[in-house]
Design a protein around this ligand. Structure first.
Ligand code: GAL
Length: 415
Protein backbone atom coordinates (compact mmCIF):
# COMPACT_ATOMS: atom_id res chain seq x y z
CA UNK A 1 0.00 0.00 0.00
CA UNK A 2 2.78 2.39 1.01
CA UNK A 3 4.62 1.62 -2.22
CA UNK A 4 1.46 2.23 -4.21
CA UNK A 5 0.94 5.61 -2.49
CA UNK A 6 4.54 6.61 -3.22
CA UNK A 7 4.08 5.57 -6.85
CA UNK A 8 0.86 7.59 -7.23
CA UNK A 9 2.36 10.65 -5.50
CA UNK A 10 5.48 10.51 -7.70
CA UNK A 11 3.36 10.11 -10.80
CA UNK A 12 1.24 13.14 -9.84
CA UNK A 13 4.33 15.17 -8.99
CA UNK A 14 5.80 14.22 -12.35
CA UNK A 15 2.59 15.21 -14.08
CA UNK A 16 2.35 18.55 -12.28
CA UNK A 17 5.98 19.32 -13.12
CA UNK A 18 5.17 18.45 -16.67
CA UNK A 19 2.15 20.78 -16.60
CA UNK A 20 4.13 23.69 -15.14
CA UNK A 21 7.03 23.20 -17.52
CA UNK A 22 4.63 22.71 -20.43
CA UNK A 23 2.69 25.87 -19.58
CA UNK A 24 5.89 27.85 -19.11
CA UNK A 25 6.61 27.43 -22.81
CA UNK A 26 4.28 30.27 -23.64
CA UNK A 27 4.19 32.24 -20.44
CA UNK A 28 6.47 34.69 -18.75
CA UNK A 29 6.62 35.06 -14.98
CA UNK A 30 7.41 38.62 -13.91
CA UNK A 31 8.15 39.32 -10.25
CA UNK A 32 7.69 42.67 -8.50
CA UNK A 33 6.04 44.19 -5.41
CA UNK A 34 3.51 46.25 -7.27
CA UNK A 35 0.11 45.31 -5.92
CA UNK A 36 -1.17 48.71 -4.78
CA UNK A 37 -3.43 51.13 -6.66
CA UNK A 38 -1.61 52.90 -9.48
CA UNK A 39 1.42 50.60 -9.53
CA UNK A 40 -0.74 47.56 -10.26
CA UNK A 41 -2.44 49.38 -13.15
CA UNK A 42 0.89 50.59 -14.52
CA UNK A 43 2.28 47.05 -14.56
CA UNK A 44 -0.94 45.73 -16.11
CA UNK A 45 -0.69 48.32 -18.91
CA UNK A 46 2.82 47.16 -19.82
CA UNK A 47 1.77 43.51 -19.51
CA UNK A 48 -1.09 44.08 -21.94
CA UNK A 49 1.19 45.76 -24.44
CA UNK A 50 3.71 42.89 -24.06
CA UNK A 51 0.99 40.28 -24.70
CA UNK A 52 -0.28 42.20 -27.73
CA UNK A 53 3.24 42.27 -29.20
CA UNK A 54 3.72 38.54 -28.48
CA UNK A 55 0.51 36.76 -29.45
CA UNK A 56 -0.11 33.53 -27.56
CA UNK A 57 2.23 34.45 -24.70
CA UNK A 58 0.72 34.89 -21.26
CA UNK A 59 2.14 37.42 -18.80
CA UNK A 60 2.10 35.87 -15.32
CA UNK A 61 2.08 38.56 -12.67
CA UNK A 62 3.95 37.14 -9.65
CA UNK A 63 3.82 40.33 -7.55
CA UNK A 64 4.15 40.01 -3.75
CA UNK A 65 2.62 42.85 -1.70
CA UNK A 66 4.50 44.97 0.84
CA UNK A 67 5.91 48.48 0.33
CA UNK A 68 9.51 48.84 -0.84
CA UNK A 69 9.62 45.10 -1.49
CA UNK A 70 9.61 44.39 2.25
CA UNK A 71 8.14 40.89 1.67
CA UNK A 72 8.98 40.38 -2.00
CA UNK A 73 12.73 40.70 -1.54
CA UNK A 74 12.85 37.98 1.14
CA UNK A 75 10.80 35.52 -0.92
CA UNK A 76 12.86 36.29 -4.00
CA UNK A 77 16.05 35.58 -2.06
CA UNK A 78 14.86 32.08 -1.22
CA UNK A 79 13.81 31.44 -4.81
CA UNK A 80 17.19 32.57 -6.10
CA UNK A 81 18.91 30.38 -3.55
CA UNK A 82 16.87 27.40 -4.73
CA UNK A 83 17.73 28.25 -8.37
CA UNK A 84 14.06 28.79 -9.09
CA UNK A 85 14.03 32.37 -10.41
CA UNK A 86 11.08 34.08 -12.06
CA UNK A 87 11.69 34.96 -15.72
CA UNK A 88 12.36 38.58 -14.81
CA UNK A 89 12.39 40.38 -11.46
CA UNK A 90 12.35 43.91 -10.10
CA UNK A 91 15.48 45.44 -8.59
CA UNK A 92 16.54 48.99 -7.94
CA UNK A 93 19.33 50.60 -9.86
CA UNK A 94 22.44 50.96 -7.73
CA UNK A 95 24.31 48.80 -5.26
CA UNK A 96 21.22 46.65 -4.63
CA UNK A 97 22.21 44.79 -7.83
CA UNK A 98 25.69 43.92 -6.64
CA UNK A 99 24.95 40.60 -4.89
CA UNK A 100 22.99 39.25 -7.83
CA UNK A 101 25.82 40.08 -10.19
CA UNK A 102 28.60 38.76 -7.97
CA UNK A 103 26.74 35.50 -7.35
CA UNK A 104 25.91 35.04 -11.04
CA UNK A 105 22.14 35.31 -10.55
CA UNK A 106 21.57 37.78 -13.39
CA UNK A 107 22.70 37.90 -16.99
CA UNK A 108 24.70 40.59 -18.73
CA UNK A 109 22.41 42.86 -20.80
CA UNK A 110 25.09 45.01 -22.44
CA UNK A 111 24.39 43.46 -25.86
CA UNK A 112 20.66 44.22 -25.55
CA UNK A 113 21.52 47.82 -24.60
CA UNK A 114 23.58 48.24 -27.77
CA UNK A 115 20.98 46.54 -29.93
CA UNK A 116 18.23 48.83 -28.57
CA UNK A 117 20.37 51.99 -28.51
CA UNK A 118 19.61 52.40 -24.81
CA UNK A 119 22.96 53.91 -23.84
CA UNK A 120 21.85 56.98 -25.83
CA UNK A 121 18.36 57.33 -24.32
CA UNK A 122 18.96 56.64 -20.64
CA UNK A 123 20.83 59.25 -18.57
CA UNK A 124 24.53 58.45 -18.24
CA UNK A 125 24.45 58.53 -14.43
CA UNK A 126 21.58 56.05 -14.39
CA UNK A 127 23.38 53.62 -16.72
CA UNK A 128 26.41 53.87 -14.44
CA UNK A 129 24.19 52.73 -11.58
CA UNK A 130 23.20 49.67 -13.61
CA UNK A 131 26.77 48.82 -14.60
CA UNK A 132 29.04 46.56 -12.62
CA UNK A 133 32.57 45.78 -13.79
CA UNK A 134 31.82 47.30 -17.20
CA UNK A 135 28.63 45.31 -17.86
CA UNK A 136 25.01 46.44 -17.66
CA UNK A 137 22.61 44.24 -15.70
CA UNK A 138 19.09 45.70 -15.57
CA UNK A 139 16.64 47.80 -17.59
CA UNK A 140 15.18 50.86 -15.84
CA UNK A 141 11.53 51.60 -16.31
CA UNK A 142 11.24 54.81 -14.27
CA UNK A 143 12.67 57.42 -11.97
CA UNK A 144 11.16 58.04 -8.53
CA UNK A 145 11.94 60.79 -6.04
CA UNK A 146 12.24 59.89 -2.35
CA UNK A 147 12.78 63.27 -0.62
CA UNK A 148 9.23 64.57 -0.55
CA UNK A 149 6.89 65.78 2.16
CA UNK A 150 3.12 65.37 1.57
CA UNK A 151 0.39 67.44 3.17
CA UNK A 152 -3.15 68.74 2.84
CA UNK A 153 -3.29 72.50 2.08
CA UNK A 154 -6.66 72.56 3.88
CA UNK A 155 -5.18 71.19 7.11
CA UNK A 156 -2.35 73.74 7.05
CA UNK A 157 -4.91 76.52 6.62
CA UNK A 158 -7.07 75.20 9.48
CA UNK A 159 -4.05 75.15 11.77
CA UNK A 160 -2.89 78.62 10.69
CA UNK A 161 0.42 77.28 9.36
CA UNK A 162 1.94 79.50 6.65
CA UNK A 163 3.25 76.60 4.53
CA UNK A 164 5.29 73.42 4.80
CA UNK A 165 8.58 73.75 6.71
CA UNK A 166 11.76 74.53 4.78
CA UNK A 167 14.10 73.09 7.40
CA UNK A 168 13.82 70.40 10.07
CA UNK A 169 14.25 73.11 12.73
CA UNK A 170 11.19 74.86 11.32
CA UNK A 171 9.33 71.53 11.25
CA UNK A 172 10.07 71.02 14.95
CA UNK A 173 8.74 74.51 15.70
CA UNK A 174 5.56 73.83 13.74
CA UNK A 175 5.24 70.50 15.55
CA UNK A 176 4.65 72.35 18.83
CA UNK A 177 1.71 74.26 17.34
CA UNK A 178 0.35 71.11 15.73
CA UNK A 179 0.55 69.11 18.95
CA UNK A 180 -1.10 71.91 20.90
CA UNK A 181 -4.01 71.65 18.49
CA UNK A 182 -4.32 67.92 19.11
CA UNK A 183 -2.91 66.59 15.85
CA UNK A 184 0.09 64.41 15.03
CA UNK A 185 2.88 66.39 13.32
CA UNK A 186 4.27 63.48 11.27
CA UNK A 187 2.83 60.12 10.23
CA UNK A 188 5.18 57.18 9.76
CA UNK A 189 4.69 53.58 8.70
CA UNK A 190 6.68 50.35 9.10
CA UNK A 191 10.46 50.15 9.54
CA UNK A 192 11.38 50.85 5.94
CA UNK A 193 9.42 54.12 6.03
CA UNK A 194 11.37 55.10 9.15
CA UNK A 195 14.62 54.46 7.28
CA UNK A 196 13.22 56.49 4.38
CA UNK A 197 12.64 59.30 6.90
CA UNK A 198 16.15 58.93 8.31
CA UNK A 199 17.59 59.21 4.80
CA UNK A 200 15.74 62.46 4.14
CA UNK A 201 16.67 63.96 7.52
CA UNK A 202 20.35 63.12 6.87
CA UNK A 203 20.11 64.65 3.40
CA UNK A 204 18.38 67.78 4.70
CA UNK A 205 20.73 68.29 7.62
CA UNK A 206 24.03 67.30 6.00
CA UNK A 207 23.45 68.57 2.46
CA UNK A 208 24.02 66.53 -0.70
CA UNK A 209 27.85 66.39 -0.58
CA UNK A 210 28.13 65.08 2.95
CA UNK A 211 25.17 62.74 2.43
CA UNK A 212 27.02 61.14 -0.49
CA UNK A 213 30.29 61.01 1.41
CA UNK A 214 28.56 59.33 4.35
CA UNK A 215 27.54 56.42 2.15
CA UNK A 216 30.86 56.18 0.35
CA UNK A 217 32.88 56.09 3.56
CA UNK A 218 34.18 59.67 3.23
CA UNK A 219 32.78 60.85 6.56
CA UNK A 220 32.13 59.00 9.76
CA UNK A 221 28.79 58.28 11.41
CA UNK A 222 30.53 59.50 14.56
CA UNK A 223 31.47 62.93 13.14
CA UNK A 224 29.90 66.02 14.76
CA UNK A 225 27.70 66.81 11.71
CA UNK A 226 26.23 63.33 11.54
CA UNK A 227 25.79 63.25 15.32
CA UNK A 228 23.77 66.47 15.10
CA UNK A 229 21.70 65.14 12.17
CA UNK A 230 20.92 61.94 14.07
CA UNK A 231 19.84 64.00 17.09
CA UNK A 232 17.45 65.88 14.78
CA UNK A 233 16.12 62.56 13.48
CA UNK A 234 15.43 61.45 17.06
CA UNK A 235 13.51 64.68 17.72
CA UNK A 236 11.53 64.32 14.51
CA UNK A 237 10.62 60.76 15.37
CA UNK A 238 9.55 61.85 18.85
CA UNK A 239 6.81 64.05 17.35
CA UNK A 240 5.64 61.30 15.01
CA UNK A 241 3.15 58.50 15.60
CA UNK A 242 5.90 55.86 15.59
CA UNK A 243 4.38 54.16 18.65
CA UNK A 244 1.24 53.45 16.64
CA UNK A 245 2.82 53.46 13.19
CA UNK A 246 0.75 52.60 10.12
CA UNK A 247 1.08 49.14 8.54
CA UNK A 248 2.34 50.43 5.19
CA UNK A 249 2.85 53.62 3.21
CA UNK A 250 -0.77 53.92 2.00
CA UNK A 251 -2.31 53.97 5.51
CA UNK A 252 0.54 56.29 6.53
CA UNK A 253 -0.68 58.78 3.91
CA UNK A 254 -4.31 58.13 4.85
CA UNK A 255 -3.60 59.62 8.28
CA UNK A 256 -2.52 62.87 6.64
CA UNK A 257 -5.55 63.09 4.39
CA UNK A 258 -8.03 62.15 7.10
CA UNK A 259 -6.57 65.11 9.04
CA UNK A 260 -5.30 63.19 12.08
CA UNK A 261 -1.67 63.84 11.07
CA UNK A 262 -0.24 66.84 9.22
CA UNK A 263 2.82 65.66 7.25
CA UNK A 264 4.29 62.44 5.84
CA UNK A 265 7.67 61.92 4.18
CA UNK A 266 7.31 59.43 1.34
CA UNK A 267 8.35 58.85 -2.26
CA UNK A 268 6.36 60.04 -5.23
CA UNK A 269 4.54 56.75 -5.76
CA UNK A 270 2.23 58.57 -3.32
CA UNK A 271 0.97 60.80 -6.14
CA UNK A 272 -0.73 57.99 -8.04
CA UNK A 273 -2.22 56.59 -4.83
CA UNK A 274 -3.62 59.97 -3.83
CA UNK A 275 -4.95 60.77 -7.28
CA UNK A 276 -6.22 57.43 -8.47
CA UNK A 277 -7.30 55.75 -5.30
CA UNK A 278 -8.19 58.71 -3.09
CA UNK A 279 -9.35 60.94 -5.96
CA UNK A 280 -7.45 63.93 -4.59
CA UNK A 281 -6.26 66.75 -6.84
CA UNK A 282 -2.71 68.09 -6.82
CA UNK A 283 -2.28 71.52 -5.19
CA UNK A 284 -5.97 71.66 -4.23
CA UNK A 285 -6.57 68.56 -2.09
CA UNK A 286 -2.99 67.42 -1.64
CA UNK A 287 0.35 69.08 -2.05
CA UNK A 288 3.98 68.11 -1.86
CA UNK A 289 7.32 69.81 -1.41
CA UNK A 290 10.95 68.75 -1.13
CA UNK A 291 11.49 67.35 2.36
CA UNK A 292 12.98 69.98 4.72
CA UNK A 293 16.44 71.22 3.72
CA UNK A 294 16.46 69.44 0.35
CA UNK A 295 15.05 71.96 -2.10
CA UNK A 296 16.84 71.55 -5.45
CA UNK A 297 18.03 68.03 -4.58
CA UNK A 298 16.51 64.95 -6.23
CA UNK A 299 17.02 61.85 -4.06
CA UNK A 300 16.41 59.37 -6.83
CA UNK A 301 15.71 55.68 -7.24
CA UNK A 302 14.87 53.64 -10.29
CA UNK A 303 12.81 50.47 -10.68
CA UNK A 304 14.52 48.13 -13.09
CA UNK A 305 14.04 44.59 -14.41
CA UNK A 306 16.60 41.84 -14.79
CA UNK A 307 17.21 38.71 -16.81
CA UNK A 308 17.90 36.00 -14.21
CA UNK A 309 20.24 33.13 -14.88
CA UNK A 310 17.94 30.13 -15.27
CA UNK A 311 14.97 32.12 -16.60
CA UNK A 312 12.83 29.46 -18.33
CA UNK A 313 12.18 31.71 -21.29
CA UNK A 314 15.14 34.07 -21.76
CA UNK A 315 13.90 34.88 -25.27
CA UNK A 316 10.58 36.13 -23.89
CA UNK A 317 12.28 37.78 -20.92
CA UNK A 318 14.36 39.82 -23.37
CA UNK A 319 11.16 40.88 -25.12
CA UNK A 320 9.73 41.93 -21.75
CA UNK A 321 12.87 43.97 -21.09
CA UNK A 322 12.45 45.62 -24.50
CA UNK A 323 8.91 46.56 -23.42
CA UNK A 324 10.27 48.01 -20.17
CA UNK A 325 12.94 50.03 -21.94
CA UNK A 326 10.80 51.24 -24.84
CA UNK A 327 9.32 54.73 -25.03
CA UNK A 328 5.85 53.22 -25.47
CA UNK A 329 6.20 50.93 -22.45
CA UNK A 330 7.52 53.77 -20.26
CA UNK A 331 4.75 56.11 -21.36
CA UNK A 332 2.10 53.48 -20.59
CA UNK A 333 3.55 52.64 -17.22
CA UNK A 334 4.74 55.85 -15.63
CA UNK A 335 1.69 58.13 -15.74
CA UNK A 336 -0.24 55.37 -13.91
CA UNK A 337 2.61 54.46 -11.57
CA UNK A 338 3.27 58.03 -10.44
CA UNK A 339 6.84 58.12 -11.69
CA UNK A 340 8.65 59.80 -14.55
CA UNK A 341 10.24 57.91 -17.44
CA UNK A 342 13.85 56.78 -17.24
CA UNK A 343 14.20 57.59 -20.96
CA UNK A 344 15.17 61.13 -21.83
CA UNK A 345 13.08 61.15 -25.03
CA UNK A 346 9.64 60.37 -23.53
CA UNK A 347 6.70 62.65 -24.34
CA UNK A 348 6.52 65.29 -21.56
CA UNK A 349 2.89 66.05 -22.47
CA UNK A 350 1.83 62.77 -20.84
CA UNK A 351 3.06 63.87 -17.44
CA UNK A 352 0.58 66.19 -15.80
CA UNK A 353 0.10 67.75 -12.38
CA UNK A 354 2.69 66.55 -9.87
CA UNK A 355 4.49 64.50 -12.54
CA UNK A 356 4.99 67.57 -14.74
CA UNK A 357 6.73 69.27 -11.80
CA UNK A 358 8.79 66.13 -11.12
CA UNK A 359 9.93 65.93 -14.75
CA UNK A 360 10.93 69.59 -14.78
CA UNK A 361 12.94 69.16 -11.58
CA UNK A 362 14.63 65.98 -12.84
CA UNK A 363 15.61 67.58 -16.13
CA UNK A 364 16.71 70.92 -14.67
CA UNK A 365 20.52 71.04 -15.00
CA UNK A 366 20.68 72.95 -11.69
CA UNK A 367 19.07 70.04 -9.80
CA UNK A 368 21.50 68.03 -7.70
CA UNK A 369 20.89 64.29 -8.00
CA UNK A 370 21.76 61.88 -5.18
CA UNK A 371 20.84 58.21 -4.69
CA UNK A 372 18.41 56.71 -2.20
CA UNK A 373 19.57 54.58 0.72
CA UNK A 374 16.28 52.81 1.42
CA UNK A 375 15.59 52.05 -2.22
CA UNK A 376 18.86 50.45 -3.15
CA UNK A 377 21.09 53.07 -4.76
CA UNK A 378 23.87 53.99 -2.34
CA UNK A 379 24.30 50.95 -0.08
CA UNK A 380 24.79 47.28 -0.83
CA UNK A 381 22.29 44.78 0.59
CA UNK A 382 24.46 43.59 3.46
CA UNK A 383 25.07 47.16 4.68
CA UNK A 384 21.43 48.08 4.21
CA UNK A 385 20.37 45.05 6.28
CA UNK A 386 22.76 46.07 9.08
CA UNK A 387 21.33 49.60 9.03
CA UNK A 388 17.82 48.09 9.27
CA UNK A 389 18.68 46.08 12.39
CA UNK A 390 20.53 48.94 14.08
CA UNK A 391 17.75 51.40 13.24
CA UNK A 392 15.09 49.07 14.64
CA UNK A 393 16.96 49.11 17.97
CA UNK A 394 17.56 52.88 17.82
CA UNK A 395 13.85 53.55 17.26
CA UNK A 396 12.92 51.19 20.07
CA UNK A 397 15.50 52.15 22.70
CA UNK A 398 16.75 55.57 21.58
CA UNK A 399 20.46 54.80 21.97
CA UNK A 400 21.86 57.10 19.30
CA UNK A 401 25.53 56.50 20.15
CA UNK A 402 25.13 52.75 19.81
CA UNK A 403 23.37 53.18 16.47
CA UNK A 404 26.15 55.38 15.08
CA UNK A 405 28.93 53.09 16.33
CA UNK A 406 27.24 49.99 14.92
CA UNK A 407 26.56 51.51 11.53
CA UNK A 408 30.08 52.94 11.33
CA UNK A 409 31.60 49.55 12.06
CA UNK A 410 29.21 47.72 9.73
CA UNK A 411 30.13 50.00 6.86
CA UNK A 412 33.68 48.68 7.03
CA UNK A 413 32.60 45.08 7.49
CA UNK A 414 30.16 44.96 4.60
CA UNK A 415 32.24 46.57 1.81
C1 GAL B 1 9.95 51.43 -3.85
C2 GAL B 1 9.73 51.17 -5.31
C3 GAL B 1 8.53 51.92 -5.79
C4 GAL B 1 7.33 51.64 -4.90
C5 GAL B 1 7.71 51.83 -3.44
C6 GAL B 1 6.60 51.52 -2.47
O1 GAL B 1 11.03 50.67 -3.38
O2 GAL B 1 10.86 51.55 -6.02
O3 GAL B 1 8.25 51.59 -7.11
O4 GAL B 1 6.92 50.33 -5.12
O5 GAL B 1 8.82 51.09 -3.11
O6 GAL B 1 6.28 50.19 -2.47
Amino acid sequence: MAILTILVVSLLAGLSMFTVRGASDDQLEVYSWWTGPGEEEGLAAMAKSFEAANPGVRFVNAAVSGGAGSNAKAILASRLLANDPPDSYQRHAGLELLDDVRSGKVQDLTGLYHQQGWTKVFPKGLVENLTIDGRIYAVPVNIHRANLMWYSPGTLKDLGLPGPPKTWAEFLQQAETIKAKGRIPLAVGPEWTQKHLLETVLLGELGADKYERLFSGGISWLSPDVTAALATFAKVLAVSDVKSAAGDWQPQLDKVFSGSAVYAVMGDWSSSYLEQSKKLRWETDYNVTASPGTDGVYDFLSDSFTLPTGSRRPDLARKWLVECGSADGQNLFNPLKGSIPARTDADPGLYQGYLDWALQQWRDPKTRIVGSLTHGVVANNAYNAEIDSALGLFVQHGDQGKFARTVEQQYRETQ
